[in-house]
Ligand binder design. Sequence first.
Ligand code: AMP
Length: 358
Amino acid sequence: MLAPGATIGILGGGQLGRMLSLAAAQLGYRVLIYSPETPSVAAEVSAGWCNDDWHDMAALTRFGDRCDVVTWEWENVPTAPLTALAPKLAAPVRALEVAQDRLQEKRFVAGLGGTPAPFVPVDTPADLDAALEQLGTPAILKTRRDGYDGKGQWRIGSRAEAAALDLPQVPLICEKQVEFEAEFSVLLVRSRTGDHRFWDSPHNVHRDGMLATSTLPAPACVTAQTGAARALAAQVADALDYVGVLTLEFFATLEGPVFNEMAPRVHNSGHWTIEGAATSQFDAHIRAICGLPAGDTRTVADRIALHNIIGPRLHEAHDWLSQPDTHLHLYGKKDALPGRKMGHVTRLWRGGTGGHRT
Ligand code: AMP
């Protein structure tokens, strides 16, 4: 168990690091952020900051020397240099290696008995044509690495449409477009001794490939599938010897849960847990990596809605504050550019509260 006053290192400087840092501070820890990018919204609320390069092993070693434990908030951290601080990392680097490559990730989960959308690796236009012949259309072409929030994705309606595409010179993966009833995520926390706890699974709605809302309770088509999805998520966490919060995203289909992707970290669809659960995902992650008791993951409201505040919607965000049981989190980012996550709001309904705007 890490004593109060110990130092937690976080790799990555975005809003997830910011919310982890706030949770750590409440538990009496100091946080150091490692992030080459400036400004860092996580560094602004932390005790210290290193803005060296991801590939600077000497800087990573120095950072590790200043920390008692190191975690990450961004899954695309280059993994090779992390050997410099391997003894301090809370979870094995393998979790990042698997999650950084969509092909590896799907093969890994399929190897554990999960069902991903049918997929084919693609490197050339000829591969893409063959993939579409096999999978049919519509399909979705994605970069294997570095994609997020719908970036690095192309929806393909026909083989003719595919032939006209100017393919990027990076490894790709083509997936069958899944017909789903709803999307949901499994949020779990795994302790250093291998115990799992789950939060209720929210129903997630994406717009333009980016999460727009997460709501609870999820519809019956989701709750009927969370048992199987949780079992798979627990297997993934065990196979990776994972410590902390792990998220798996699924499509609820008529044939059962179809795995979409995993995030070896706290997740946007879990932000509602700050007010909507007895222990938030951020608190639970810090507890897990520090060896503290796990905490109670129970939902504490009858109904919950999380809305992301994207781009220029930031300018009307304070309007939410006039609503009852409504909790605003702004991330402190300066440029409210279209498609950028600027904050989120969580609305709770409990014991007959009402009067919220819709
Ligand atoms: P991803 O970055 O892979 O999570 O994709 C972002 C969003 O695009 C998902 O949450 C879905 O709404 C949609 N999407 C991605 N892959 C598929 C698929 N194979 N079938 C249907 N929808 C998909």
